[in-house]
Design a protein around this ligand. Structure first.
Ligand code: ADP
Ligand code: MG
Length: 247
């Protein structure tokens, strides 16, 4: 599914966050969004599934405007959009299987056999087939984040939004999550928008990297260009800080 921002302005009270943002993400494209803390990355993602209202402009998802559309249209559209957060937001006292199956039961009301089949399939894809009956509280952070990815995927989204999904993890656990995401990005034709400062991952996975600052796009392009030879001084400075932090 294609996503389009047309001159979008988004504020929280008097704080302007997105400024006349124009952005087109093609169906199936894998995009990485980078930029300093507070520049509007999460807000951009929240605007896509209309979790946040905008003040002006228009957002189209799969050609349908999310501004002033009916609740029914919005509900249907949101079912096509999966989102994974930094905090996993799982139910710790439910099993892995129950967490993944919940929305299939409650929202889609599928029959039990299909629910189990779909849950088993996605848990296999994230390498957690053997954990289906474990409680989430018994898993490592990396495993929990993979459950959260499976929970999003089981709804068969056409757009997947991933907001700093490895930022809360210990460094030794980020690898397993990024490996799963790299595989999924290569296998799946769905649109994926990552907010991440994992530079190596971005170079392997992204079709395009977008550098944002103060609610505007400063620079965007192929990952090798933006991440290795940025044109803008501000991009260069930002990347310097990010990579210094890693060293
Ligand atoms: N719900 C909110 N209410 C008020 N201000 C917010 C809210 N969410 C985010 N902000 C502010 O909006 C700006 C952009 O936030 P955000 O999109 O989360 O940035 P990023 O994800 O790039 O770090 C920040 O200054 C942040 O403090
Ligand atoms: Mg954020």
């Amino acid at each position: 599914m294609k996503v389009e921002f047309k001159k979008v302005n988004k504020s929280y009270d008097h704080l302007k966050v997105l400024r006349n943002l124009d952005l087109v993400i093609e169906s199936g494209e894998k995009v990485v969004l980078i930029g300093p803390s507070g520049c509007g990355k999460s807000t951009t993602l929240f605007c896509i599934n209309a979790l946040e209202p905008i003040q002006s402009g228009e957002i189209l998802v799969g050609g349908t405007s999310t501004v002033n559309c009916s609740r029914k249209t919005l509900r249907k559209m949101r079912q096509k959009i999966g989102i994974v957060f930094q905090q996993f937001n799982l139910f710790p006292h439910y099993t892995v299987g129950e967490n993944v199956e919940l929305a299939l039961k409650v929202v889609l009301q599928l029959d039990p056999e299909e629910i189990h089949q779909r849950a088993r399939k996605v848990l296999g894809e994230v390498g957690l087939s053997d954990k289906i009956d474990n409680y989430v509280s018994q898993l490592s952070g990396g495993q929990q984040q993979r459950v959260a990815i499976a929970r999003a995927l089981v709804m068969e989204p056409e757009i997947l939004l991933l907001d700093e999904i490895t930022s809360a993890l210990d460094p030794e656990l980020t690898g397993e999550v990024l490996d799963v995401m790299e595989k999924l990005a290569k296998e799946r034709a769905i649109t994926m928008i990552f907010v991440t400062h994992e530079i190596l991952f971005s170079r392997k996975v992204a079709d395009r990297v977008i550098f944002m600052e103060d609610g505007v796009i400063v620079e965007q392009g192929h990952p090798e260009q933006v991440l290795k030879n940025p044109v803008e001084e501000r991009t260069r400075q930002f990347l310097h800080k990010v990579t210094q932090h890693l060293a």
